[in-house]
Design a protein around this ligand. Structure first.
Ligand code: ATP
Length: 199
């Protein structure tokens, strides 16, 4: 079974994925694949440099994500240009990894942790979509505490994302993480049991 785990900023995706990993799931982190997607000399690397210019290449020859981020920030067209390059590359890597794990360990649960699962249209890679949600204020609190960023910056990021409602309507299961860490644990354990895995 392949679970697509998604959710907004600081909603607890990584915390949940880590726990499922401890319980035996093979976890694929789409964010990490994103870092690998345009490493030097990959197809996506060349596409990004062609689209955004040589100045996105840092001294080490790799794409400087901060420079690239600066170019797309607040510019929806540029952002889409970037995601049109990077999302298919991430998708291919995730699909390959899923196929590999399925072949090698047919019974193993796979968790694809992907903040943009729905936006990128990767639903067909997974059997079920699980969504972590937190109230807006809780997300702001946890994100500011974790990242040291200010409230306005976090709110801007939240406003640019899908709403909880949109994610919930796409979800097979919803994990409500506005409560305590213990309350989260309980839900994760329940879900893990429901899918028949051994916690
Ligand atoms: P992002 O996509 O923004 O990286 P995420 O959805 O992966 O975030 P986590 O990193 O798992 O979210 O959680 C965000 C922060 O909130 C972390 O610092 C985490 O330790 C904390 N956290 C998660 N769940 C709870 C909880 N139930 N109670 C208190 N803190 C929590």
């Amino acid at each position: 079974m392949v679970i697509g785990l998604t959710g907004g900023i600081a909603s607890g995706k990584s915390t949940a994925a880590r726990r499922f990993g401890e319980w035996g799931a093979h976890v694929i982190d789409a964010d990490k694949l994103g870092h690998r997607a345009y490493l030097k000399d990959s197809a996506a690397y060349h596409a990004v440099v062609a689209a955004f210019g040589d100045d996105v290449v840092g001294e080490d020859g790799e794409i400087d994500r901060r420079v690239l981020g600066g170019k797309v920030f607040g510019n929806p067209e540029k952002l889409q240009q970037l995601t049109d390059i990077v999302w298919p590359a991430i998708r291919d890597m995730a699909a390959t990894e899923i196929a590999g794990v399925r072949a090698a360990e047919p019974g193993r649960v796979i968790v694809l942790e992907a903040a943009v699962l729905i936006e990128a249209g990767w639903q067909d890679l997974v059997d079920e979509i699980w969504v972590t949600v937190v109230d807006r204020e809780v997300a702001i609190e946890r994100a500011t505490a974790r990242d040291g960023s200010d409230r306005t910056a976090v709110e801007a990021r939240i406003n640019a994302q899908l709403t909880n409602e949109a994610r919930i309507s796409a979800a097979d299961r919803v994990i409500d993480n506005s409560g305590s860490a213990a309350a989260l644990e309980e839900q994760l354990a329940d879900l893990w049991q429901q899918i028949g895995a051994n916690a």
